[in-house]
Design a protein around this ligand. Structure first.
Ligand code: GRF
Length: 216
């Protein structure tokens, strides 16, 4: 952040387990990072990560998508709730909802996602199985700025793991998860330090960071 003692305000959106969220929260706690998680929001009342966040004393909110007639209305409410917390960045961490362009545009340049593939390969679901089926020898994850196109947008960082010849989708997902945590934490650190810029040409620049690639 530019002002010396201002902390970077983060809202994290989850749908389930929330291990990426947990890892970000723990990293912020353990390092002297100028960042704070001001709210964790889930679109499902039974999202496991919400209980964990509550136990940590974090502010939590549930905005259940199933209570809304359509995507537009859900996104409108979700945006209202997020705005209350005045975040510098909104981090999607296993948030399994497609967001409307109206929602994305409101948070342009401040909305970040992690996707479990080396984008632009394999947007959408079943990324691990797709990597196996394609006989890729490397699989990975991408942290990127969100645009209205699903799992698409300027890439901030990527991490890779090897694919083993006898992998199942479950085993590969398990191998990838620690590098997901590592890459997302690294990006949060860069964001908190005010080092990430989304350039007018759509490219990303991270100051003093010549490489943004991580290997397990
Ligand atoms: C992660 O693999 C993330 O990349 C994907 O969904 C999974 C969520 O895991 N979008 P968690 O909820 O962070 O544990």
């Amino acid at each position: 952040m530019t002002e010396s003692n201002k902390k970077c305000r983060l809202v994290i959106l989850i749908s389930g387990r929330g291990s990426n969220m947990q890892s970000i929260v723990e990293t912020i706690k353990s390092k002297p990072l100028p960042a704070e998680v001001v709210a964790v929001i889930a679109n499902k009342a039974d999202a496991q990560g919400i209980q964990w966040a509550k136990d940590q004393g974090l502010v939590t909110e549930i905005v259940e998508h199933k209570r809304f007639a359509d995507r537009q209305q859900f996104d409108k409410k979700l945006a209202q709730v997020i705005h209350q917390y005045e975040p510098d960045y909104v981090l999607l961490a296993g948030f399994m909802r497609i967001l409307t362009p109206e929602f994305v545009q409101q948070f342009e340049g401040r909305l970040i996602n992690i996707h479990p593939s080396l984008l632009p390969l394999f947007p959408g679901l079943h990324t691990h199985q797709q990597a196996i089926d394609a006989e890729l020898q490397w699989h990975g994850c991408t942290v990127h700025f969100v645009t209205p196109v699903l799992d698409h947008g300027p890439i901030i960082a990527q991490g890779i793991v090897p694919v083993h010849h006898d992998d199942t989708a479950e085993r590969l997902a398990e191998r990838l998860l620690p590098i997901e945590h590592h890459v997302y934490n690294q990006v949060v650190q860069w964001l908190a330090e005010g080092r990430v810029r989304l350039l007018p040409n759509g490219r990303v620049q991270v100051s003093d960071q010549p490489h943004r690639a991580f290997v397990a």
